[in-house]
Design a protein around this ligand. Structure first.
Ligand SMILES: NC(=O)c1ccc[n+]([C@@H]2O[C@H](COP(=O)([O-])OP(=O)(O)OC[C@H]3O[C@@H](n4cnc5c(N)ncnc54)[C@H](O)[C@@H]3O)[C@@H](O)[C@H]2O)c1
Length: 254
């Protein structure tokens, strides 16, 4: 068990990729704090079935005070925080459309959740990590390399995630905190599936487009990402920081 005795805060773990991380980490012995706007009790049950413990704390990551409260409660329950996965994001309910049809309010909302949310959660857990060190994993997206059209707000918010990862890696290295990014290509999560159906641009479905150009020509599922997250959460990656691991089946190289 590679994460025995560790506590991981995973945002957006009520479903999709975050839920797969929660289950995968639980199987490695970690206790999990599920910070999500949606109900996370299903994930709590899955974690418990896997033999570990989880606490669901309803949290809107775009609100700094809620993130601070979430970290306090998580620490109160488990006595430590070793890992943070900044995974929560608006994604599923975005509609691909020409940028001229995206309102300034929608742009701001996406950045507030996908970028500021990560900033809030990192600030909130830092006090509990700084004495002993830790691991922070930020979920970006391979769309920042591909230049996916119709979603400039999402792509911008995820580009900022990569840029912030580098900046935070420099700042937190002295605290023995590694900060890295995982950038998935289109992945069949609950959100991913919903998203692909809601396109409004004259483009082939995102997955069809990606499959044509992937080296590994198959669909991606959340479980594909779990091993990389475990690697980045353990001392196997002790000397790896400020990096982005792209999980898109070889669609884009960087
Ligand atoms: N699925 C893909 O194809 C894909 C591709 C690239 C990157 N990603 C990234 O991976 C991560 C997980 O994606 P997913 O496909 O599992 O998404 P998903 O939509 O299935 O799940 C996202 C979770 O985040 C939660 N969430 C949304 N807004 C929140 C908020 N303000 N506060 C707290 N929680 C909130 C939702 O309730 C949900 O449980 C996201 O960061 C996403 O951008 C996904």
């Amino acid at each position: 068990m590679r994460l025995k005795g560790k506590v991981a805060v995973i945002t957006g773990a009520a479903r999709g990729i975050g839920a797969a991380f929660a289950l995968g980490f639980a199987k490695e012995g970690a206790k999990i704090v599920i910070a999500d706007l949606s109900d996370g009790t299903d994930t709590v049950k899955k974690v418990e079935k896997a033999g570990s413990e989880a606490l669901f704390i309803r949290t809107d990551v775009s609100k700094e005070s809620e993130c601070i409260g979430m970290a306090e409660k998580g620490f109160e329950r488990f006595g430590r925080i070793d890992i943070l996965i900044n995974n929560a994001a608006v994604f599923a309910d975005l509609v691909l459309r020409p940028f001229t049809e995206i309102s300034s309010e929608e742009f701001k909302r996406v950045v507030e959740i996908n970028t500021s949310g990560l900033f809030h959660c990192t600030k909130a857990v830092f006090p509990y990590m700084k004495a002993k060190g830790g691991k922070i994993i930020n979920m970006s997206s391979a769309s920042i390399l591909e230049g996916v059209p119709g979603m400039p707000h999402y792509v911008a918010s995820k580009g900022a995630v990569m840029a912030m990862t580098r900046s935070m890696a420099r700042e937190l290295g002295d605290f023995k905190i590694n900060v890295n990014t995982i950038a998935p290509g289109f992945t069949h999560s609950e959100g991913g599936d919903k998203f692909d159906r809601s396109k409004a641009l004259p483009l082939p479905p995102l997955e069809e487009l990606q499959l044509q150009h992937r080296c590994i020509k198959r669909a991606a599922v959340p479980e594909d990402l779990v091993g990389t997250a475990i690697f980045l959460a353990t001392d196997d990656s002790a000397f790896v920081t400020g990096q982005m691991i792209v999980h898109d089946g070889g669609l884009s190289f960087h």
